[in-house]
Every structure is written in structure tokens, then in C-alpha cells.
Ligand binder design. Structure first.
Ligand code: RFL
Ligand code: PHB
Length: 389
């Protein structure tokens, strides 16, 4: 088989790249490890920056999103029994879009099907090969048969555990990483959200987040020990703990119900440099991970896709390779800013066992500054709604 761009990974980064290329007459083949139903069963991000929303529209996959999305013009931050709002609209005329990653991924698969582009699911042992030559290929096994996709370029969109990053020689890559000593236990419940906007809650008992997918579907998270298994947390226990971390007026309003999904996510900050080697280009979680506190993972993946897609267009349509050469540097400049923001929000809002009293006072001072200082709020609003590409 032969294509122009072989994409390893049919998650949001790979699918979005594939559609952008398609609309610009560049062929791609997607090689995905799991069945489509599996990819669509993962509950992940919910907050989209405008840059990503615009890309969805530009590939004709934004119609359902336009109908079903919620627009949020601010977020609430609570501390103990007090709460303040960072109002993106009055600060920077900004907003974010609430629309689930699962739905976005489904819309991209439908767009890809309609365009008749090739996607191979349930592929085993996908491996980027000969990436330092001008005849790279991806080898994989599909339904028992060994296959090779020859291509001009390989896009490694295969998430944190995928093989693409490992194809960059170990002596030529630097991996910066930080793991946090706690996780997020998340539940999805068919109940109306507690507030119009999200609530990020800092409390003595640890962090909590009240989010949503739509007006009838809520997504809640609580910080908890990494070793906890979701099975240990019955629904009643979860609701009880969540309420204890929220201001009283919010806790009193929570509509509880049966959880329809419950999962534990570890928190990690991670960046691989460079994001390109030979004809291999990494995008999204394959190259970097953020803790979910700033809602930046999917959005940062979309930033990479934007840079790579434009660079490929210039290569194919204008015979200009400058942007491909600059891809890693350009993408990393934005990646590090979203890393900083996610790390800052995580440190601001979580409790650590044995945390020195001084650091807790710093969190308190930072929250106080953020609640009353317009410049501090503008910085947060600019980062949360999304840095320009
Ligand atoms: P994905 O989504 O992991 O997709 C990678 C795809 O590659 C496939 N794959 C392979 N395919 C072929 N061969 C192999 N050997 C392969 N190995 C893996 C996988 O099956 C998969 O289909 O990476 P991508 O596309 O880079 O997208 C990244 C986002 O999924 C991720 O950053 C976000 O979900 C992070 N995130 C959030 N991001 C936001 O922007 N806003 C949010 O509100 C937000 N909330 C979250 C989040 C992540 C969370 N968890 C679970 C860590 C909330 C949570 C709880
Ligand atoms: C979510 O709705 O899943 C969500 C929202 C905001 C975050 C993280 C996750 O910061």
C-alpha cells in the first residue's frame, strides 16, 4: 500500500489531521490499534478551545457540535466556602466550548467515512520504519496478515503509550517528566450539572471539579490517592466526598444519581524533545502529556495538528519545506506554555500529604491574588481559552 501521509493512531489528533489533509487533497491512511467502538468508549476531554472548534468546522465535521455545544464565558474557582468567577468575556472577550472528546471523535470518524478515506482498525505491532530515509513505511499486522504502508511522511498520533516516540533514537531525544502523587477519580452521571459554569474546587480534603457534557450529563472529579481503585468508591461515597469539597451552597444543589462511568486517571506532565525525527512527526499525547487540571491535553494536540497540517500543505502545494523543518521548534514553543499553565493550575488547587505549611500559604495567597487582581485573571483567561497558534 502507498499513501502520502501514514498516520499511526485514530484518536482525535490522527483523525483531525487526516481530515485536514483530505480537504486539502493530501492522502492519508490511518492505522489504529483498537476497534472503533473501543476508541469511542473512552470518556476524556470536555473543554475545547476556539482554534480546535474552528478546525472541526473547516473540515465539515462541526455541524453537530454547533447544535449541541455549550459555550462557557468563564469558570468558577472555590476555596473552602468561598467562590469567585474568572469571567473570560469581560476580561479578554473569550470563551471555551463544552463538547465531549468522545462526540468530537465520533464526528471525525463519520467525516472520514463519508470522504472514503482508509482506516485500519485492530492493527497489531504498528512500527514506523526507515524514518531517516526518503522511503519510510509503517509495518503492522492486520487480521493475521503482515502489511506495509509506504508513504512520504509518518504522523505519530498514537498517544502516550504508542510506538512512534520510541522510534526516535534514545540518545537523540530528551524526555522531561513529572508525576504527581495523586490521581483523579471521575464519574459521569445523567444528572443536571450543579452550576452553569465549571467549578474548580480547592478544599482541605483535596481538589474537586464539577464539569459537564451537556445540560443533562454531568462529569465530576475528585483528587484521590493513586492506589485507590474506582471499585472502592461506591456512588454514595463519591457524592459524599464531592460535596464535602464544595462550598455549602453548591453542595446543597448537587443532583446525585447513578454513575454511568467511573475511572481513575493518573496525573503527569511530560514533554519529548524533539517532536520530529527524519520523516516522522509526533502529534498530541505521543509527544506530551499534561495533568488535566487546565483542560489542555486535547487542545495542545490540536495545536500540533495545526502546525503539521500547514507544514504538509506548504510541502505538497508550494514545494516549501521550511515549515516542516521548523515543526518541532514551533510546536514545542506552544507545548511548553500549556505545560506551564497545567502545572500552575495543578499546584494551585491540589492538596499533598505532608505538604509544608509554607506552600499551603502560597496557594492561599495565589488564590487570593487571582480572586481580586484583573491582571492575574487576564493571564488565566488567556491561557484557559487558548493561546494563539
Ligand atoms: P489519544 O486520544 O490517546 O489517541 C491515540 C490513539 O492511538 C492509538 N494507538 C495506536 N494505534 C496504532 N498502533 C499502536 N501501537 C497504538 N498505540 C496507541 C490509541 O488506541 C488511540 O486511539 O491521543 P491524541 O489523539 O493525541 O489525543 C490526546 C487527548 O486524548 C488527550 O490529551 C485528552 O483526552 C486529555 N484530556 C483533556 N484534554 C483537553 O484538552 N481538555 C479536557 O477537558 C481534558 N480532560 C483529559 C481530560 C484526559 C483525561 N484522562 C483520562 C487522562 C480528562 C481526563 C480524565
Ligand atoms: C472534563 O469535563 O472532563 C474536564 C473539564 C475540565 C478539566 C478537565 C476535565 O480541566
Amino acid at each position: 500500500m502507498r499513501t502520502q501521509v501514514a498516520i499511526i493512531g485514530g484518536g482525535p489528533a490522527g483523525l483531525l489531521l487526516g481530515q485536514l489533509l483530505r480537504v486539502n487533497d493530501i492522502d492519508s491512511i490511518i492505522i489504529e490499534r483498537h476497534a472503533r467502538e473501543h476508541v469511542l468508549s473512552r470518556i476524556r476531554a470536555g473543554i475545547l478551545e476556539t482554534g480546535l472548534v474552528n478546525m472541526m468546522k473547516s473540515v465539515g465535521a462541526g455541524n453537530r457540535m454547533e447544535r449541541e455545544k455549550l459555550v462557557h464565558t468563564g469558570v468558577n474557582i472555590s476555596h473552602g466556602n468561598t467562590m469567585f468567577r474568572v469571567d473570560f468575556k469581560s476580561l479578554i472577550n473569550g470563551h471555551v466550548t463544552v463538547y465531549g472528546q468522545t462526540e468530537l471523535t465520533r464526528d471525525l470518524y463519520e467525516a472520514r467515512d463519508s470522504a472514503g478515506c482508509a482506516t485500519y482498525h485492530e492493527c497489531e505491532d504498528a512500527t514506523p520504519c526507515d524514518i531517516e530515509t526518503d522511503r519510510p513505511y509503517v509495518a503492522f499486522r492486520h487480521k493475521g496478515a503482515e502489511r506495509k504502508v509506504y508513504c512520504d511522511f509518518i504522523a505519530g498520533c498514537d498517544g502516550f503509550y504508542g510506538p512512534s516516540r520510541q522510534a526516535i533514537p534514545v540518545e537523540s531525544r530528551i524526555e522531561y517528566s513529572k508525576t504527581y502523587p495523586f490521581g483523579w477519580l471521575g464519574i459521569l452521571s445523567e444528572t443536571p450539572p450543579v452550576a452553569e459554569d465549571l467549578i474548580y474546587a480547592s478544599s482541605k480534603r483535596g481538589f474537586a471539579l464539577c464539569s459537564m457534557r451537556n445540560r443533562h450529563l454531568s462529569r465530576y472529579y475528585i483528587q484521590c490517592p493513586l492506589a485507590d481503585s474506582p471499585d472502592k468508591w461506591g456512588d454514595d461515597m463519591f457524592w459524599d466526598e464531592l460535596k464535602r469539597r464544595l462550598p455549602d451552597f453548591a453542595a446543597d444543589k448537587i443532583a446525585t444519581g447513578k454513575s454511568i462511568e467511573k475511572s481513575m486517571a493518573p496525573l503527569r506532565s511530560f514533554v519529548c524533545e524533539p517532536m520530529n525525527w527524519g520523516r516522522l512527526y509526533l502529534c498530541g499525547d505521543a509527544a506530551h502529556i499534561v495533568p488535566p487540571t487546565g483542560a489542555k491535553g486535547l487542545n495542545t494536540a490540536a495545536g500540533d495538528v495545526h502546525y503539521l497540517f500547514n507544514a504538509l500543505c506548504w510541502h505538497y502545494h508550494d514545494n516549501d519545506n521550511e515549515s516542516l523543518l521548523a515543526y518541532s521548534k514551533k510546536a514545542l514553543a506552544r507545548v511548553w506554555k500549556t505545560q506551564r499553565f497545567s502545572w500552575w493550575m495543578t499546584n494551585l488547587l491540589h492538596r499533598l500529604d505532608g505538604q509544608p505549611e509554607f506552600e499551603r500559604m502560597m496557594q492561599k495567597a495565589e488564590l487570593s491574588l487571582l480572586s481580586e487582581n484583573r491582571a492575574a485573571q487576564e493571564v488565566m483567561a488567556t491561557n484557559y481559552t487558548g493561546m494563539p497558534y
